[in-house]
Write a protein that binds this ligand. Sequence first.
Ligand SMILES: NC(=O)c1ccc[n+]([C@@H]2O[C@H](COP(=O)([O-])OP(=O)(O)OC[C@H]3O[C@@H](n4cnc5c(N)ncnc54)[C@H](O)[C@@H]3O)[C@@H](O)[C@H]2O)c1
Length: 299
Amino acid sequence: MAGQLVIDGEPGQFTAECHIRAYHHEGANVVIAGISEDRGRALDAELGDRALFVRLDVTDEDSWGAAIEATEERFGPLSVLVNNAGVQNPAAPVESTHRRVWDRILDTNLTGTFLGIKAAVPSLRRNGGGVIVNIASTSGMGGTAFYAPYVAGKWAVRGLTKTAALELGRDGIRVNAIHPGVVATPFITEPAVGSAVPISDFYTPEPFAIPRLGEPSDVTRALLFLSSDEASFATGSEFVIAEACFSVPPSSTRPPDGARRRTGAARHWTGPGPLLARHRTRATEAPSSYPSPAMPACK
Ligand SMILES: NC(=O)c1ccc[n+]([C@@H]2O[C@H](COP(=O)([O-])OP(=O)(O)OC[C@H]3O[C@@H](n4cnc5c(N)ncnc54)[C@H](O)[C@@H]3O)[C@@H](O)[C@H]2O)c1
């Protein structure tokens, strides 16, 4: 892989770091763009000349402009943009969801993706084409009770992806979305801002076709494929990397405590099983490396 990547999301966190290491391993220059300076600079220092950390708040248009400018200054025009940053809302029914929460989630997950595309396109054009990959979610393919802001934002990212793909295809810019299922990262093992309960407390993969949690590297492999010429005829597409969890929304079977009292919808919940307990332990360990022993290097 030649060229460079901007990936937004706090480096040092699991999927972002796995993606960054993978692209770097494949020979790309990587721009680590996120809001955690300490972690970003540490990863930048570790990866050496082909890495650059830039501070990026995806909700801030000027911050995007500065990130793309720094990328061009160091490595030349952009060839790949991964819109990875995302936040989740504390679980709550629609009628109890505060407007501030709604705005915060949509600002990051939807507006952040829009601003990233907007900032990157001129640079991708200067490059003669390139790739944008938006990280959406299987929550953007169905309903997930108590996650209206998150679900609505991820659905909207699908529409944005398809529209940008139509507009940019003739410029040689492909735009695709990846829809991960539940992946073992702090995103699900730590409570969201404003919540005391992580998603992993009321999710189990056991009923689904692939009864395990996703690993960051599951998403990374799809990203590498979409960023490469192997995917040269794929644009506006949706790549589901999941255990078929969107077929039966599991979190609708057990709302958070407050909501459960109101809706009485908890009767199907049997509690997290041993698979989840195992993955929760793993999710607190070191980030997935790339290539992992179980994951052949993409040469
Ligand atoms: N983990 C899952 O189960 C799962 C499932 C489907 C989709 N996703 C999506 O995958 C993406 C990555 O999530 P993850 O699992 O690595 O979770 P994570 O919480 O580890 O990573 C999300 C990252 O976004 C960053 N971020 C938040 N606000 C930001 C901002 N304003 N500017 C820049 N960065 C910001 C955070 O610092 C964090 O590093 C997200 O878009 C998420 O919605 C995750």
